[in-house]
Each structure stands twice: as C-alpha cells, then as structure tokens.
Design a protein around this ligand. Structure first.
Ligand code: ARG
Length: 462
C-alpha cells in the first residue's frame, strides 16, 4: 500500500530498507510537544484569517491537545511507516476527527514545520543549559570566596610558575562559563525568528499571517526569506559551537580535578558521591565522573563537526540530509546537560587540602619572579639583570637542594652585594600572592572582591 500522506502518485509502498533509512520517528518523537505547539499556532491563524472554518479549527485544536496528553502519558502508538513526528501526529488527528484533520496542513509543509519544531527545541534547551551553567558558576564562586586566600601553585607548561590562590583559579572558570552563557544568549537571540509559513520553500498563495504565528510561539518576528527559512540550520550550529566551547571548558576543569585528586598531587579529595572504586584494586578512588566529563566533550564537539559536514554541500533549499541534524544535536545537548550536573556536584562536594596546596606552592622556586621584582624595585636594577641574578640564586639553591628562602643573606650577597635582609619578606608564598594587586591579579583582596562581584551578578549576595 502506498503512503496515505503523500502516496497519491505511488503504486507500491516503500522497501523495508527505504523505510528504515527514511524514518526519523525513533528520534524526532522528542519534538512532539513543540510540533503540537507549532500546529496549534498554525491552526489558530488559519481560522483567524478565514483560510479554514472555525469549526474545523476548533476540532483540530481540541484533538491536538488530546494527542499531546496521549504522548505525555505514553499512550501514543508511534509508527515507523508514518516516517516522522509530523505525520504521526497528523495521522492520529485523522483517526480522531476524520477528514477535517486534512485541513491542518494548508499553507504549510513539513519543511517549515520541522524548522519551527527544532528552533523551539533548541531555544528551550538553551534556557535549561543557561540555568545549569549558572548553578555551576555559583558553586565555583562560593568555593572561591571561601578560599580567596588559600595559596596553591600556579602553573605554566604544567611546571610550577608563581603562587596563586585556589579562589583565583576557580574564578578563572567562572569567567569562562560566563562567556559560554553569553555565547548561548547570542545564539538564542539570532534563532528567535519564526520560519513557519515559508511552506515547502517558496512561501504560499494563502493569505496567512506570519506575524501572528511568530508571536504566538514567542518568536521576535517571522524569518524574511522562505528559502533560507527551510534550509537554514545556523541556529543549531551556533548552539553546538557554544556547547562545544562549554564542553571544552568543562573538560579542562575535569582534567585539573583528575590531576589534583591523584595521591601525587593530593590537592583535593572528591566526595564518595562522585568517585568510584575498582573491582580488583581495593585502595582505588577513581574520578570517573570527571573522566566522563572530559570524555564526553568528544561527542559534543563531534556533533558540531558532523552537522557542519552535513550542511556544507547542500544546495538550497531543503534536502533530506538535513534530517541528520537531530540525533547528534540531541545527544550533544543532553550530554552537556549531564556533564554540567556532574561537574556542579563535584565542585560543591570536593574538599581541598589547603596544607598540601600551600606546601606545593612554595616548591620549584615559585617566588623567583618576586625576588627579581624586588631587585628591580629596591635596587633599581634593570629587569633583565635582575632576572639573571635571580637565575644564579635559583641554580645555587637547586644545587643545595633548598628553597630560595633558605639561602643565607651572605650567599645572596655573594651574587649581588646590595641585597639586604628585606628580601626575605617577598620570598614567602603568602607575600607573593598578596603583592599581586594589579587588576585581575591573584592578591587575596582582589580575589575576594571578584568572588563577591560574581556572587552579586549571580543573584547570591555574599
Ligand atoms: N523528518 C524530516 C526532517 O527531520 C521532516 C521534513 C521532511 N520534509 C520532506 N520534504 N520530506 O527533516
């Protein structure tokens, strides 16, 4: 039997393989609620403009709401033979109300229909992700405020560089996630135009009111070009790009947590709630959640690359290739949501080992720059000369296997006779961080102020 929605010119139904490659209902059923919202807005407009009769519109609306209830309750029988969510809903509509159901698809195509559905889905998902990222920022900023003055090593090249504070390090991520939120908001602002009424590709001869459907669905305006309306997936790509960057940030934080939680570093302990054991090695506490956050960034970034590749060769307007936009997007955005939840839990629960962090902060001659800066400030040496003198003192300390602060004044004076005992004041890690008062620097006073500023912005007056 040929397809009852579009099979007029067909004699036989599709091959089983054709049905399998063509059907999207197994995944696009996720769009059901948005599909029904789109149809409700469309049918109300069709009645208001006199394109269809009020009685038909009322019957259609009522049945659509009933169908929404069936789907919510899990009572809806999805059929692969009906290809996708649009035709599944319309077919059920026909069963419920008979021939009037056939009027819903007036002045509309599945091409503009799916574009609306997907925009509504992406928009709602951005809103959920935004509040999840906000929750993570709050968790980070609250920890940062508590540990504004807790000294830890700062690294470049993964080598000890200069002491920073734990709070400062956490606030670096608050900044990153703030940019992620603003990228999602940018994408949201641009996607909020309604493609409904573009129909298949050319618009329609019916006197539709596109502004009305746009308004009813919470869009700022209708899209301006019908070809673009049905062939554009920029809104998905931009959202996946924002998601990929956020996932990359999460992955970097996960990587740091994994390193910090090793016995070798011992900078922090993850809670039992976010650790796992080994089936063979009883001593193990594995940071699996952090590893999975790091790992899942792969599939999120993969979804962006996948869709860019799907889109890049497509002539205008719609081609069925575009049905491949959904699974990767659903998977990527759901993965991101899960990663955000896991990371927020890990951050809230983790307990830093402040003594270990502080001890590590002093290792590796991390106050060498402070010494060089002191030579410049107190002795008026050019920085390059100060750098050289400090380098020689570092070499001496390394040779003796002691810290810079353990060298005697005499040993220092052998290298530079004008050095005096005041130098010892800048060699401690606390002094080092306290001196970094430049805007954006790691001085505990700055960090505390920044943590408070963020908590204020995040609605958590501290
Ligand atoms: N399931 C399709 C998709 O996701 C809906 C649009 C179908 N349009 C068409 N002309 N066959 O892209």
């Amino acid at each position: 039997m040929s397809n009852k929605m579009w099979g007029g010119r067909f004699e036989s139904g599709p091959d089983a393989v054709m049905e399998e490659i063509n059907a999207s209902i197994d995944f696009d059923r996720k769009l059901a609620d948005y599909d029904i919202s789109g149809s409700l807005a469309h049918v109300a407009m069709l009645a208001k403009t006199g394109i269809i009769a009020e009685v038909d519109a009322a019957a259609i609306s009522e049945a659509l709401i009933e169908i929404r209830g069936e789907i919510e309750k899990g009572d809806f029988g999805f059929s692969r033979a009906l290809e996708d969510i649009h035709m599944n809903v319309e077919s059920r509509l026909a069963t419920l109300i008979g021939p009037a159901a056939g009027r819903l698809h007036t002045a509309r195509s599945r091409n503009d229909q799916v574009a609306v559905d997907f925009r509504l889905y992406v928009r709602a998902t951005i809103d959920t992700l935004d509040s999840q990222i906000e929750a993570l920022q709050i968790a980070l900023a609250e920890k940062a405020l508590v540990h504004a003055g807790a000294v830890m090593p700062g690294f470049t090249h993964m080598q000890p560089a200069q002491p920073v504070t734990f709070g400062h390090h956490l606030l670096a991520y608050v900044e990153m996630f703030g940019r992620d939120r603003s990228r999602f908001q940018d994408a949201r602002a641009r996607l909020n135009e309604c493609p409904l009424g573009a129909a298949a590709l050319a618009g329609t001869s019916f006197p539709i009111d596109r502004a009305a459907t746009a308004r009813a669905l919470g869009f700022d305006r209708p899209t301006a070009n019908s070809l673009d309306s049905v062939s554009d997936r920029d809104f998905v790509l931009e959202t996946l790009a924002a998601a990929s960057i956020a996932a990359m940030h999460l992955s970097r934080l996960a990587e740091e947590i994994i390193i910090w939680a090793t016995p070798q570093f011992g900078f922090l302990r993850l809670s039992d709630r976010f650790s796992t054991g080994s089936s063979i090695m009883p001593q193990k506490r594995n940071p699996d959640a952090a590893e999975l956050v790091r790992g899942k960034s792969g599939r999120i970034i993969g979804a962006l690359a996948g869709l860019l590749i799907v889109m890049k060769g497509l002539p205008l307007a719609y081609s069925k290739d575009m049905q491949e936009d959904k699974e990767g997007t659903f998977d990527a955005l759901e993965s991101l949501s899960l990663c955000l939840a896991a990371m927020t839990g890990m951050v809230r629960d983790c307990v830093p080992d402040l003594a270990r962090m502080k001890a590590a902060a002093g290792a590796g001659f991390s106050t060498a720059t402070d010494l060089a800066d002191w030579l410049v400030r107190s002795l008026g040496m050019p920085f390059r000369d100060a750098h050289h003198v400090t380098g020689r003192l570092v070499a001496l300390a390394a040779e003796k296997s002691v810290g810079l602060e353990d060298l005697s004044l005499a040993e220092m004076q052998a290298e530079e006779p004008r050095i005096n005992k005041d130098v010892f004041a800048v060699l401690g890690v606390e002094n080092s961080v306290a001196s970094r008062t430049s805007y954006g620097g790691t001085a505990p006073m700055n960090v505390e102020a920044q943590a408070r500023r963020w908590l204020g912005l995040l609605g958590r007056e501290a």
